[in-house]
Design a protein around this ligand. Sequence first.
Ligand SMILES: Cc1cc2nc3c(=O)[nH]c(=O)nc-3n(C[C@H](O)[C@H](O)[C@H](O)COP(=O)(O)O)c2cc1C
Length: 307
Amino acid sequence: MGGGIAGPELAVAVTEAGGLGTVGMASPARMIAELGRARERTDGPLAVNLLLPFVRSAHAGAAASADVVVTFWGRPERPSHRTWIHQVGSVDEARQAHAAGADAIIVQGVEAGGHVRGTTPAAELLEQTVAALPRGYPLLLAGGIADAGDVLAALTGGAIAAVCGTRFLMSEESGASAAYKARLMQAEDTVLTELFGLGWPGSHRVIPNSATRRWLRNDTRGPAPVRMFNRVTRSVMSRGPDRVQSWLVEHQVVGIPLFAPIPPTATMPDSVIETSPLYAGETVARIHTIQKAESIVRDLTATAGSG
Ligand SMILES: Cc1cc2nc3c(=O)[nH]c(=O)nc-3n(C[C@H](O)[C@H](O)[C@H](O)COP(=O)(O)O)c2cc1C
């Protein structure tokens, strides 16, 4: 989870509990620093996530010093000599990633929080992907996993592991702001929209706020001119330096539908809660606690076993 949600605290806590902690995408310098801080606190394996459309050459340092690199979005391409896992949203994409040499694939169902690549429910997509790829090729399942029963279902369906975003977003160690966590605790539903697509057009699952209530009345994808504007300006808007993006996020207003795909973190003013994407998967309706990541991993593996 990029944008400051999954930093070293969360990654270390997950790894120390027996999972594979992942440092989310950020600027190359920040990722290398965060990975370094995480390394000081655990001897276990650590992953970094790279969103392929935003990768710069300097990200190679981060990719080379992680144990595992998890990529997402766009044409799959090996990012470093490290173990490479690519996240996909369709069988076609899974075939491409396999052909490109990915060591494993994360199959993401449409229930997932954050950016959503495909349109198929997780269990169905897993079944289709198991059938499409060589027997024994490692698949992981993402989307809709919040408790031990979900993990068990993923393993029974042919996955070697489960991937959780929303459950760890709602952990003590995630970088989500207190106001964002409070909204997540109250949330009963999510919407799949393209509204927060400035610099990164695409579908993302969020919980409602003032921006979604104002702009998604007629079409949950968002107003057509806004989607068009986001597509046309993508290459310019996605390359702004971090400080320009931060300025934009803090100056967004509900009445102007230009919203960046950056969720509220603890370092932002509380006012951004109404104009930023409150990413969350469908499981948000079933999760009612903010827990330590270590106890989340313990709960998730309670019946599935920790192997
Ligand atoms: C707050 C949030 C931020 C996310 N950011 C990223 C990201 O930066 N890169 C990425 O590959 N996936 C990202 N995802 C998607 C996850 O990789 C994963 O597919 C998803 O969380 C799984 O579904 P779940 O939310 O139901 O657990 C994000 C998800 C959430 C909830």
